[in-house]
Design a protein around this ligand. Structure first.
Ligand code: KG4
Ligand code: ZN
Length: 329
């Protein structure tokens, strides 16, 4: 069964074709990052207009790469939220147009569920296949959620951030340190030249599975304002270390508590090498992590998630709308 996935929730225009929820036949992504970098962050109006320009060429390329035409497709899966309303609309309207023109079933996908399903796109060995129950740490620009999954489509949010998301914290820290946008990769690059020698606070929020990253950001700003720092890269490395320390420790604790079979990592921050290494190193429970291109926003994960929704009979009509504030569970 072949599903076409469409993702336009933020600043990547992405289209992919995935077979049986597990085999990536094509995965096209047009990034707007260089355009938004000029503004130091995403400008929603600019993002929508870039999606309009990119979506049809990317769609054609994804279908050509996969060697499919319309009659080969069993479903069109599209991100309906969370995300920027004006950006989501481009993807949803494109998907609806395809459904209208070709009668292919329409599937609405939650972007966060999509991130989790990137883990179904690893190789097919038993060790690389997700097994329930599992705990997934979703760390992106907008979310830091710890989610328990007992079966497909079943999500219990065990913990979430009370202020900044992990990716947002990386982006803000990079701005404070003048390292550029997007912040995650910039902090990671700078950290490679530094040592995590600067003591920074960690918000453990004991007795809960929640996160908080605004305190560490404030501490960082104070250090910089006081001119109290030896090297930017030492600070970047210390910041990265502190955020990852909390993410890894709390994820392992919650996974043990719920006696899950696996820990899954998902979302843009999952591209961070230190986070990947530390989680695998420290966890007594097997860890699955998607390859880098499937951690940051892409449409293959949307198609994978769409496949499992389609199999569960969850399709949509022409009244499908965007849900910019959509949550998990
Ligand atoms: O999942 P994603 O691509 O988009 C959202 O759904 O938000 O995540 C983007 C976030 C950004 O905040 C970016 O700074 C962060 O992921 N990110 C990273 C890395 N690559 C991207 N954070 C830390 N280390 C990285 N290597
Ligand atoms: Zn995302």
């Amino acid at each position: 069964m072949k599903i076409l996935g469409i993702e336009t929730s933020c600043d990547e225009t992405a289209v992919a074709v995935v077979e049986d929820g597990r085999n990536v036949l094509s995965n096209q992504i047009a990034s707007q990052v260089e355009i938004h970098a000029r503004y130091g962050g995403i400008v929603p109006e600019v993002a929508s207009r870039q999606h309009i320009l990119a979506i049809i060429p990317i769609l054609k390329q994804a279908m050509a790469d996969a060697g499919v035409s319309w009659h080969d497709l069993d479903g069109i899966a599209v991100t309906i939220g969370p995300g920027l309303a004006g950006s989501l609309l481009i993807g949803v309207n494109t998907a609806k147009s395809i459904t209208l023109a070709h009668g292919i079933p329409l599937i609405g996908v939650n972007h966060l569920e999509g991130h989790i399903y990137a883990n179904w796109l690893l190789d097919h060995s038993p060790d690389s296949t997700p097994h329930f129950p599992l705990v997934c740490l979703i760390v992106s620009g907008g979310h830091s959620d710890l989610v328990l999954m007992k079966r497909h489509g079943d999500y219990t949010v065990l913990g979430r951030t009370r202020d900044d998301a992990a990716g947002e914290a990386f982006d803000k820290a990079a701005r404070i340190l003048d390292l550029g946008y997007p912040g995650g990769p910039a902090i990671e690059r700078s950290s490679r030249e530094g040592n995590p020698s600067v003591p920074l606070p960690r918000a453990w929020l004991k007795g809960t599975n929640d996160f908080s990253f605004s305190g560490i950001k404030t501490a960082l700003r104070r250090l910089v304002d006081e001119g109290n720092i030896s090297s930017n890269s030492d600070i970047a490395a210390s910041f990265q270390e502190a955020v990852i320390d909390v993410l890894v420790t709390k994820t392992i604790a919650v996974a043990r508590e719920h006696r899950v079979k696996q820990i899954l990592l998902a979302g843009g921050v999952a591209a961070n090498q230190l986070l990947r290494q530390r989680l695998v190193q420290d966890s007594p429970i097997p860890v699955l992590i998607p390859p880098l291109v499937l951690c940051t926003d892409n449409a293959a994960m949307i198609a994978a998630c769409g496949y499992f929704r389609f199999r569960a009979g969850k399709t949509e009509g022409m009244n499908l709308d965007v849900l910019p504030g959509l949550k998990l569970g």
